[in-house]
Write a protein that binds this ligand. Structure first.
Ligand SMILES: Nc1nc2c(ncn2[C@@H]2O[C@H](COP(=O)(O)OP(=O)(O)OP(=O)(O)O)[C@@H](O)[C@H]2O)c(=O)[nH]1
Ligand SMILES: [Mg+2]
Ligand SMILES: [Zn+2]
Length: 285
């Protein structure tokens, strides 16, 4: 084994991380700005009894996802190609949550898709309506039950050759889904009844067959979009962006301006009301 190896960061803790290489997983002292998904070059060092890694550099990233903490940008994952947004009847997924993730993905050069999980449970008409909003704007939707392993084949074939981050409310089933896909039990709410709810606290990357990588993430109850300006917000709403090209005035606010094509499309149902409401509220918040 060469002293310098290439690998990918698969787990990240407060001051250390785990890097997967062809020669096994190495625990490394985290260096500044390293995140799950990063491809790194590491030096293998013998530390007392154990082999350890020392990260020498981070290779350039094909995509980056970050959150804002007190207005400061904090990277949390990299080199992701797709975000799988788990949508469930319970816990109820809000359209704000879905639209924020579509926006965030688009701005990060990542493709969003929807995983309609818990199809074994009861849903109602309003839930189906919600799913239709996204089918109508051509967001791929995959229906499954992680718990009862229904329709996982379709998901597995869709994520082939992709690096996917699962996001969803706490309890949506990200860890259950990850467990089924990797064929190993992870701590999920169902497995820790004696200790109350288990909520994932770190992001972990798993390699599957077919060059598929998946990242289970903590709940991500809240993602902030306050730091985006209106020119960026509209990029998360492609149908509104398209319609806005035909507004009479360049600086149309798409609320009450003369000749607004967005309002026209809204009134004839070409633009969905909840998408429009979220667009305005994200833009004007
Ligand atoms: N009925 C049903 N229950 C499911 C399904 N998928 C997950 N669950 C249950 O939902 C609960 C939460 O699952 P988790 O996988 O821990 O949820 P999570 O998204 O990882 O939650 P956090 O780690 O808190 O963000 C568990 O009790 C699972 O058994 C499903 O397809 N159908
Ligand atoms: Mg979890
Ligand atoms: Zn307009």
């Amino acid at each position: 084994m060469k002293k310098v190896q290439s690998g990918q960061v698969i787990e990240f803790y407060s001051n250390s991380c785990l890097v997967k290489t062809n020669f096994g997983d190495f625990s490394c002292l985290a260096i500044k700005n390293v995140v799950v998904g990063d491809y790194v070059e590491l030096e293998i060092i013998q530390d007392s009894k154990q082999l350890q890694g020392k990260i020498r550099n981070i290779k350039s990233r094909s995509s980056k996802l970050s959150k804002f903490e007190r207005n400061k940008e904090k990277l949390f994952a990299s080199n992701i190609s797709h975000v799988g947004i788990l949508v469930t009847p319970s816990p109820k997924t809000s359209t704000e949550f879905i639209d924020k993730w579509i926006l965030k993905s688009r701005l990060s050069n990542i493709i969003p898709f929807i995983i309609n999980n818990k199809i074994d449970t009861k849903s109602d008409q309003s839930y189906e309506k919600k799913l239709n909003i996204y089918k109508n704007i051509n967001i791929e939707t995959i229906n499954c039950s992680a718990k009862y392993e229904q329709n996982l084949d379709q998901l597995i074939s869709f994520i082939k050759n992709k690096s996917v981050l699962f996001v969803g409310n706490s309890g949506a089933g990200k860890s259950t889904l990850t467990s089924k896909l990797i064929g190993k039990d992870l701590k999920t709410a169902a497995l820790s009844n004696d200790q109350g709810v288990h909520t994932t606290s770190i992001s972990s990357l798993y390699k599957l067959k077919n060059n598929t990588k998946i990242i289970d993430s903590p709940g991500m109850r809240d993602i902030e979009i306050d730091n985006y300006d209106s020119n960026q917000i509209i990029l998360g709403f492609k149908e509104i962006l398209e319609a806005s090209r035909y507004c009479k005035f360049n600086n149309c606010n798409h609320i009450n301006n003369d000749g607004c094509n967005v309002i026209k499309c809204l009134s004839n149902d070409e633009i969905n009301q909840s998408r429009y409401n979220n667009f305005i509220s994200f833009r004007d918040c």
